[in-house]
Design a protein around this ligand. Structure first.
Ligand SMILES: [Zn+2]
Length: 266
């Protein structure tokens, strides 16, 4: 059995940038300079699908300042907050009834902060829930999902594009989640094929910047040790993503350049 990639022609993706935070390039990827500072994107992606739209991650929320203050000092950095996902949906006149849930690449604060103003189901792996329960120094997920419906899913589908298993959200190949349990123990990659025939791989924090994909540059050693649950698994999954080839647009969650060409929500 394989996953059918013939998809509904109405599937589209939109970016909802909610702000940025600053990180020296030297800490973002191997070979990066200490003189260069990168603006890390905190951008959510809306995937519109006739059976129900999903957000991939949630960006910064209305209480982002509070969330940042709750982090250990070494994890706070200069940041700029923009409109939240919730505000952008409203500004676009978006019908909330269409939103089926938020699909998380992983549970770190900068991907879930925006859940504070989105009252929709949160879709996450059981492994990631366990990770988040025991996460020290980042309690934002536990706060923002306290009164949300959290739905777990299994990778019941076959090997897909080099990954050992898959979860085909609507069974039509349009939105396929594959396991990538290296950055956190329940991290995933979300593969989306649009009606225009473009395939995106939303890889979360498998790499922080595009150099992870274009050059295979993992995080620097110190950051691998501090930030990754299993650096060896990150390496293997990064290689799988790189093997997807030029037909797939790989979007590391925090690389502003990766979102170029993805339309905003009109
Ligand atoms: Zn992140």
């Amino acid at each position: 059995m394989t996953i059918n990639a013939a998809v509904d022609t109405t599937v589209t993706v939109h970016q909802l940038p909610t702000g940025t935070y600053e990180t020296p390039a030297a800490l973002a990827f191997r070979g990066g300079s200490f003189r260069e500072r990168r603006q890390f994107a905190a951008t959510a992606v809306l995937v519109r699908h006739p059976r129900g739209d999903v957000l991939v991650d949630a960006g910064f929320g209305a209480r982002a300042e509070e969330h940042i203050r709750s982090l250990p000092p070494y994890r706070r950095s200069p940041h700029t907050l923009g409109a939240t996902v919730s505000e952008q949906l409203d500004a676009a006149g978006y019908d909330r009834a269409r939103l089926a849930g938020v699909l998380l690449t992983h549970s770190h604060w900068d991907h879930v902060s925006g859940l504070d103003s989105l009252d929709v189901p949160v879709l996450v792996t059981a492994q990631e829930l366990r990770y988040a329960e025991h996460s020290r120094g980042d309690a934002v997920f536990r706060q923002v999902v306290a009164d949300r419906e959290v739905r777990t899913y299994e990778f019941g589908g076959p090997a897909h594009l080099g990954f050992p298993a898959a979860h085909d959200l609507y069974g039509d190949g349009a939105i396929v989640v594959v396991p990538a349990p290296g950055h956190t123990s329940g991290s995933v990659v979300v593969l989306v094929t649009t009606g225009a025939g473009v395939r995106y791989a939303f890889v979360g924090d498998l790499a922080w910047q595009l150099e992870g994909v274009t050059r295979g540059a993992q995080r620097p050693l110190l950051m691998r040790l501090l930030a990754d649950s299993d650096p060896g698994q990150v390496r293997r999954d990064l290689d799988r993503v790189r093997a997807l080839g030029p037909g797939t647009r790989v979007v590391p969650a925090h690389d502003l350049r990766a979102y170029e060409g993805i339309p905003r929500l009109a």
